[in-house]
Design a protein around this ligand. Sequence first.
Ligand code: BGC
Length: 248
Amino acid sequence: MTHALGIDIGGTGIKGAVVDTITGELVSERKKIATPKSGKPDAIVKVVVEIIAELGGIAPDMPVGVCFPAIVRNGKTMSAANISDEWIGLEAEKLFEKALGRDIHFVNDADAAGVAEVRYGAAKGVPGLVLLTTLGTGIGSALIYNGTLVPNSELGHLLIGGRDAEKGASFAAKERRRLSWAAWAKRLQRYYSHLEMLFSPDLILVGGGVSKSHEKFLPLLKLNAPIIPAKLRNNAGILGAAALAVKE
Ligand code: BGC
């Protein structure tokens, strides 16, 4: 089976589509429903079930991958930065498996995006260390060395000036504080310089919805490594989750 369903659970929206995991193309419509305000497990599972219904259902043997904005270890969610605390320590993979009546693959959202960029996007065939960051409600990160993912890097929570990096430098922080592109870029400069000092990456990718406006802020950053927009934008999570579901 080369087609798989990818579901991307985010702080603001939950998206899903069927993917051809060989080509990395969506082969169904992409459905999106707003993330329930409570961010609680049952409410989110319900939305995922709704998305599958809106897609007209899926074949019983179709692999399903779900990505989520938290640390995921052996199917368990271990953190909850922008979602309900009820996820901490939850057997999330099992919860979805019960609701959907099938095995699924459950993974961190930025890690899924990283895998997608390696398979189908801007990190394909890139040797050395690639650092993907997603700038959205939070800051997600994926570390990829010679095509292999080092999971759960959580670099959005580095302390910059004694403060959680994503609180000051995510896209949500830009919106919240109505920062200009230049003012936001100053915060990003500090963040990415710190990342560079720690990891010396060969390539930095910037994903998340705002990466479509990359020309407004990426040219303002001065770093040693090239810093470029991720290729798969808003579909990266869906694509990576689907790809990982098939690999399982
Ligand atoms: C979470 C990460 C997630 C990122 C992007 C952070 O707040 O801790 O697990 O990847 O947001 O959604």
